[in-house]
Design a protein around this ligand. Structure first.
Ligand code: GLP
Length: 244
């Protein structure tokens, strides 16, 4: 793991954007793994700026998002598809038909939907760079503690901690899903390069467990210790509990 510590979340975004740009430039048809959540928003703003300045293009990019909530209506503003549209896709030249999310609509077989997503990723050539955030309990995607390190794209139940953390994004009377379709830990580890960002003091403990803890399903992000090409970009607050 390469660990980069910078002052604040703006610097995290600038550093991470350079990695994304490098990956886009390197390949003819780059495949990006993308994440929702508050942490990558400054990165996406940075990428939009770079696109507007003519420094990068997303024309040839195929993207695969990590996860998607289950049980939302197709028009829901809470879906990660909507999140990606309003935070990135609507402002760049990516072809929306080449942006993918793991989904399982009502009545569909979750296992086949999971296999289908894995297959789509493979057929696109595999993820070149996977962008990740981290949950306060160490989850990546929606791989909550106790998820198998061999897990693949599947339906996962959200823990009370994650539901509580994410409740800030839902209005009081709004439906908050407690299930999601997520890439598995093994799916994430297949990416050739992984870029995990964490900002804020509330992530400090999870970040320390990911980097210095034992490799354990208790902290799903610790699985990244096994990956050969992972870069972790932290602000000072998220790095504040790293073992000295
Ligand atoms: C969500 C997402 C994760 C994300 C995490 C942290 O549950 N499924 O992909 O990394 O929460 O989110 P945030 O960046 O908002 O703290």
């Amino acid at each position: 793991m390469q660990i980069i510590i910078v002052d604040d979340k703006q610097q995290v975004a600038i550093t991470a954007a350079k990695w994304v740009a490098k990956n886009i430039h390197k390949k003819v048809n780059p495949v990006l793994g993308l994440a929702a959540g508050s942490t990558p928003i400054p990165l996406y703003q940075q990428l939009i700026k770079m696109y507007q300045a003519g420094l990068i293009s997303f024309k040839n990019i195929t993207s695969f998002n990590l996860d998607e909530y289950l049980g939302l209506s197709t028009k829901s503003k809470q879906s990660y598809r909507h999140f990606m549209n309003i935070n990135l896709f609507n402002y760049i030249d990516i072809e929306k038909s080449k942006t993918h999310f793991p989904t399982c609509d009502q009545g569909q077989d979750a296992r086949s939907q999971g296999l289908l997503y894995e297959d789509k990723i493979q057929r696109a050539g595999g993820v070149g760079l996977q962008v990740l955030g981290i949950g306060t309990n160490g989850h990546i995607g929606f791989n909550e503690p106790k998820s198998s390190l061999d897990s693949r794209t599947r339906v996962a139940a959200l823990t009370q901690q994650t539901l509580a953390d994410n409740s800030r994004l839902f209005k009081q009377d709004e439906f908050q899903p407690s299930f999601a379709m997520t890439m598995g830990i093994a799916t994430i580890l297949d990416a050739r390069c992984i870029l995990l960002m964490a900002t804020g003091k509330n992530k400090a403990q999870a970040v320390n467990s990911m980097i210095n803890g034992s490799l354990s399903t208790q902290c799903p992000a610790s699985a990244l210790q096994q990956h050969k090409n992972t870069v972790i970009v932290l602000d000072k607050a998220a790095a504040s509990m790293l073992d000295k």
